[in-house]
Write a protein that binds this ligand. Structure first.
Ligand code: PSV
Ligand code: MN
Ligand code: MN
Length: 426
């Protein structure tokens, strides 16, 4: 299935008049307050978020998985699904591949398909948390940190292979997330595990092309429940520094212990020019991988406030690799991703409304109340007409969810692919 421009325009027709009224009203008010509405809309149009190749089917938990039917069963179909979301939202112009789940069979064909849908290849993700078919060594007791040199070598080689695959597609970064750690006290020597990890990462780094970056993701626990080798941003930052200037930390919103101040982590990493990538999701308890903005939207806004500050004030920090890292257990994955994309854009737009000069003045005056008022005034603004306008100008849908349903996307996918298809990956 492919969504044509005229289909989108048709679905936009009924809402156009009321959108125009809402947008004019908001744009007027914001302009009176000194905001540059046109600049904000252009930024929203430019902001593209990668969709991971493993998130297009139903996820599930260790207790079960419930399909939403019509799931993509090949890399091509996954890219087609991203194309559907992108045509409606105009903000999902990239795919992030997990290797070996999604090794292309025909590179030229996959590139052509993605090109035709205006989708770029973002970071490639290595996988040393599962044993692969016919692999000689097992990752049961770790990969890059393993006490066995043969296991470490296999994991290093896998990462080099992933770089090679990504290079053929036009990717420019490798994301490394390790499940390495221990389940019980005494199982591992912390220092040895960290030292092995550092050395292994340095070996991978040596194979990184000049124009690539290496993104090191951290996570405090799961699947290991006593210790994780790269447990927090400090460890990731330390390893990135040890590797070199092309290595960065990657923040996944779900990878923090309860009550962590993620916006402060973002701010410190950007000041040091070491924030390279971002995985969006939301959570109530752990790495829940829920729809972005569904649980803690104010925290998401505060994080974006720091991201915007960093993008404006930290030229030492590179452009970030943005990705949604969510799992879909009870919602249609495509609808869920559309909701996440909208939440990200909403938080971004609100952060762009913060008057940084006014905030700085209030901070210098130690006017704590005013500081809070400035942030909350931006947060409480209903920016959805700005998002809709940015989408409309880019050729997207005023309401992507409504358009998705009106166009009967899921039913068509089920018709085309059948009911009992299974997406590869998690
Ligand atoms: C691990 O929890 C993680 O967030 C990493 O980014 C993985 O690559 C991804 O989930 C999928 O397993
Ligand atoms: Mn992640
Ligand atoms: Mn995760």
């Amino acid at each position: 299935m492919k969504i044509e421009q005229n289909h989108i325009q048709d679905t936009n027709k009924s809402g156009l008049q009321s959108h125009k009224e809402n947008f004019d009203f908001l744009a007027n008010n914001l302009s009176k307050k000194g905001a540059n509405v046109e600049a904000i809309i252009n930024k929203l149009k430019d902001f593209q978020i990668a969709i991971p190749s493993w998130a297009l089917g139903a996820g599930g938990t260790r207790f079960g998985r419930f399909s939403f039917y019509g799931e993509p069963s090949s890399l091509e179909q996954k890219i087609q699904d991203i194309g559907l979301i992108h045509s409606l939202t105009q903000t999902a112009g990239a795919v992030s591949l997990h290797i070996p789940w999604d090794i292309p069979q025909d590179y030229a064909a996959v590139k052509d398909l993605a090109n035709g849908l205006n989708i770029k290849f973002d970071a490639v993700n290595s996988n040393t948390f599962q044993d692969q078919k016919d692999a000689k060594e097992t990752y049961k007791y770790g990969s890059l940190s393993n006490t066995s040199e043969a296991v470490r070598q296999q994991a290093i080689q896998h990462n080099l292979d992933v770089i090679n695959i990504g290079s053929k597609l036009g990717s420019k970064s490798l994301t490394v997330w390790l499940a390495d750690g221990s389940c019980f006290p005494g199982q591992n020597n912390f220092q040895t595990a960290l030292q092995h990890t550092e050395n292994s990462l340095k070996d991978i780094y040596k194979g990184l092309p000049d124009d690539w970056s290496m993104l090191i993701e951290y996570k405090p626990y799961e699947p290991n429940f006593y210790s994780t080798v790269i447990q927090d941003w400090g460890t990731s930052f330390m390893l990135a520094n040890a590797c070199g200037e092309k290595a960065y930390s990657l923040v996944d919103l779900g990878h923090h212990l309860p009550n962590s101040n993620i916006e402060q982590i973002v701010s410190v990493l950007m000041l040091k020019g070491k924030l390279g990538g971002f995985h969006f999701n939301d959570s109530k308890y752990g790495d829940d991988d829920l729809t972005v903005g569904s649980i803690k939207p104010y925290a998401l806004f505060l994080i974006f406030n720091e991201l915007v500050y960093g993008m404006q004030n930290n030229p030492q920090n590179p452009d970030l690799a943005w990705m949604i890292d969510a799992s879909h257990n009870v919602k249609d994955p495509l609808e869920d991703l559309i909701q996440s994309l909208e939440a990200i854009q909403e938080a971004y737009a609100k952060a762009l409304l913060v008057d940084q000069a006014e905030l700085k003045a209030a901070q210098l005056n130690h006017d704590v109340v005013k500081c809070q008022e400035i942030l909350q005034d931006a947060y409480r603004t209903d920016v959805r007409p700005l998002l809709a306008e940015a989408r409309r100008l880019a050729g997207g849908a005023l309401s992507p969810i409504n358009a998705y349903r009106t166009l009967g996307v899921r039913d068509t996918l089920i018709e085309e692919r059948g009911k009992h298809t299974v997406a590869t990956g998690l």
